[in-house]
Design a binder for this molecule. Structure first.
Ligand code: UT7
Length: 321
């Protein structure tokens, strides 16, 4: 059976680091409130010349380097974002051009904070079906450009960044390697709890992010615990066998509550929300790359990725690295 094998990862952050204290100069908030309620201490915001496409390109180039490959080896780019450079063309095509690729399919997926899981699931399905052999799977965002700086309940929570995986078809000889199972869900009934109040077909503007945080929090813990259990069962593994959980980084309290529901200690959970804040579709590959490069995540380990976001959308993927 052909599986998608993890070949390498990369990430990129904008140059400008913004501490809670700096935000509190212009927003009616405090370092204490943000730390206590979310675990966030700082985030990075894109500056002039930094866009979703430039961050995605930097992350993708590092992932290719990490995999020991070049763009000439790639035959698919799937990029998850809710903050594309332009309404169209897809940011994936801009990354393709910037890296010097051409001809092969490149497209975006929009599933907000779950976007990387959707992009990974789609790429994995295309590889397993023979439509592609090596894919760049990217999550990249500039959420700072969607924030309402008058709304302290949302503007303190998000940051910008990008992360990327290179995955490729296995030779079919090892069934316990690569992406073992993926589970994706959506429930549009909750779309008014987390959304952006503008778009090309309605207001003709980009709009601002709106969120009923407390309700999203409650759904997140329930949905994530459920999907983690489901993806483990689908792959025939148990929570006790998992070496690392790489969650979507929205709130330290969600990470903690989800780990507790699974019976996993926090020292198996990769936490970057403190440094990156919530980078939406970028958060899972950014967190993964952080732990991959500092040597925590090692070859052969069982890693579970999970995310939940606007829509609602949510999902999880289990892989043997
Ligand atoms: O990535 C997609 C998924 N997103 C999420 O998972 C986010 C989920 N939600 C959350 O992480 C949390 O609900 C928040 C961090 C957004 C909010 O935390 P909370 O503990 O649910 O706070 P709250 O909304 O219940 O607000 C508590 C208080 C309120 O004041 P009162 O009404 O108790 O007087 C808010 O007005 O905190 C106040 N508040 C703030 N105070 C200082 C809200 N935002 C701020 C702020 N600074 N930035």
């Amino acid at each position: 059976m052909i599986r998608s094998i993890f070949l390498g990862s990369g990430s990129a952050l904008p140059a400008r680091l913004v501490s809670n204290a700096e935000l509190a100069n212009t927003v009616d908030t405090s370092d204490d409130w943000i730390r206590e309620r979310t675990g966030i201490t700082q985030r990075y915001f894109a500056g002039e010349g930094e866009t979703t496409a430039t961050l995605a390109t930097a992350a993708a180039a590092r992932a290719l380097d990490n995999a020991g490959l070049t763009i000439a080896d790639i035959d698919l780019i799937v990029l998850a974002t809710a903050t594309p450079d332009l309404t169209f063309p897809a940011t994936a095509t801009m990354v393709q051009k910037a890296l010097g690729g051409a001809g092969f399919p490149a497209f975006d997926v929009a599933a907000v904070c779950s976007g990387f899981l959707y992009a990974l699931g789609t790429s994995d399905a295309m590889i397993r079906s023979g439509m592609a052999t090596k894919a760049l799977v990217i999550g990249a965002e500039t959420f700072s450009r969607l924030l309402d700086w008058e709304d302290r309940t949302t503007c303190v929570l998000f940051g910008d960044g990008a992360g990327a995986f290179v995955i490729g078809a296995s030779d079919g000889s090892d069934n316990d390697q690569g992406i073992l199972a993926t589970q994706l869900h959506a429930d549009g009934a909750h779309c008014e709890l987390l959304y952006v109040d503008g778009g090309p077909s309605t207001t003709g503007t980009v709009g601002h992010l709106r969120m009923k945080g407390r309700e999203v929090f409650r759904h997140a813990v329930t949905n994530l615990a459920q999907v983690l259990g489901d993806v483990l069962a689908k792959a025939g593994h148990t929570a006790g066998e998992v070496d690392w959980v790489v969650p979507h980084q929205a709130n330290l309290r969600i990470l903690d509550a989800t780990a507790r529901k699974l019976g996993l200690p926090m020292d198996k959970v990769v936490v970057t929300v403190d440094r990156h804040a919530n980078t939406s579709a970028a958060s899972v590959p950014l967190a993964f790359d952080t732990a991959w490069r500092d040597g925590r995540i090692k070859r052969g380990q069982l890693v579970i990725l999970e995310a939940m976001g606007g829509g609602f959308t949510w999902g999880a993927s289990l892989l043997r690295v």
